[in-house]
Design a protein around this ligand. Structure first.
Ligand SMILES: NC(=O)c1ccc[n+]([C@@H]2O[C@H](COP(=O)([O-])OP(=O)(O)OC[C@H]3O[C@@H](n4cnc5c(N)ncnc54)[C@H](OP(=O)(O)O)[C@@H]3O)[C@@H](O)[C@H]2O)c1
Length: 282
């Protein structure tokens, strides 16, 4: 079966390509040069030529702070891009996996966010991802909308990578301790996506590793596991200046993932072990 993966050289895209290859799919791995999802004519032509059964959209504008100063770019890639892919899928009868974000929620609940909860983004990035979600759901019945959070994986400048780089500077590091979420390993997410697309149970899913944490606790465990002695200073969101507002609590409730693919993802701490082992071996 043919699958087309956009954003194939990004962090999630890299693992998505590997996962579908491993399962014997014919994979058309498209980076931005081979397929710019913001150009409708190009999307129609490439999708028409390849004629995949499934498209997995891993392409996105992911710089949350920069999006505040260049909203047009964020809306173009995260909103218009998925719209273009949904239109092209509808034209050839393909299904679409759209990856979205916990940042579509405002973070003001004190229980995990369900797929049935109402999104209310707090920043431009979240709003652009929400537009992408709605475009896909409006245009294509055969779509899987997958919200995930706090990704780490190979080939990406993720939080683990940033912490290890900062740790090498030998200076104390301030880390936010009042934002709660679920870190997620791209390898585990890719496996769940590949299982989900076999079910034909289209709809909205929350796919993250299990257990919740804060950025500070996440950083603490990274340095413990890497045996690095780094001075970490917990701080509040208010004390940590950045351009985009960050929601406080974006823990995602996985229901009905287990009911659909038969399992939940492993705990993020286990995923971190596997990721660090992979980096060390790389
Ligand atoms: N990272 C997280 O913590 C996180 C959390 C929640 C949800 N997500 C979602 O998960 C998905 C994957 O994120 P990621 O962290 O793997 O992102 P990433 O590493 O930034 O990869 C995104 C890829 O999209 C490509 N791209 C950008 N604009 C494009 C365009 N117009 N046409 C085609 N490709 C384009 C980028 O190419 P260039 O490098 O050339 O720009 C890059 O390879 C995204 O939907 C993101 O919103 C991420």
């Amino acid at each position: 079966m043919k699958v087309l993966i956009t954003g194939a050289s990004g962090m999630l895209g890299t693992d998505m390509v590997a996962e579908f290859h491993r399962r014997g799919f014919a994979v058309a791995a498209m980076d931005r040069n081979s397929l710019d999802i913001t150009v409708l004519e190009q999307v129609r032509r490439v999708v028409g030529d390849i004629s995949p059964r499934i498209i997995v959209n891993c392409a996105a504008y992911t710089d949350v702070d920069k999006a505040e100063s260049e909203p047009f770019k964020a809306y173009l890639v995260n909103g218009l891009g998925p719209r273009n892919l949904a239109l092209a899928c509808a034209e050839i009868g393909a299904s679409l996996v759209q990856i979205s974000s916990d940042y579509v929620f405002d973070g003001r609940l004190n229980r995990p966010w369900g797929v049935y909860d109402y999104p209310r983004p707090q920043n431009v990035y979240g709003a652009s991802k929400l537009w992408g979600e709605r475009a896909v759901l409006d245009l294509l019945k055969s779509s899987y909308l997958i919200r995930t959070s706090w990704l780490f994986g190979l080939g990406g400048k993720n939080f683990v990578f940033k912490m290890l780089a900062l740790g090498r500077s030998g200076k104390p590091i301030k880390v936010v301790n009042d934002q709660f979420g679920r870190p997620t390993y791209t390898e585990d997410l890719a496996r769940a996506v590949a299982d989900l697309v076999q079910t034909r149970c289209y709809g909205v899913y929350h796919v993250t590793n299990q257990n919740l944490t804060t950025w500070f606790k996440f950083a603490e465990l990274i340095f413990i596991k890497c045996c690095q002695d780094v001075e970490l200073i917990p701080c509040s969101t208010r004390d940590f200046k950045c351009n985009a507002r960050r929601p406080g609590y974006t823990v995602l409730d996985p229901f009905p993932l287990q009911e659909t693919i038969g399992y939940l993802l492993p705990r993020w701490e286990d995923a971190l072990d596997r990721y660090l082992a992979k980096i060390r071996g790389a």
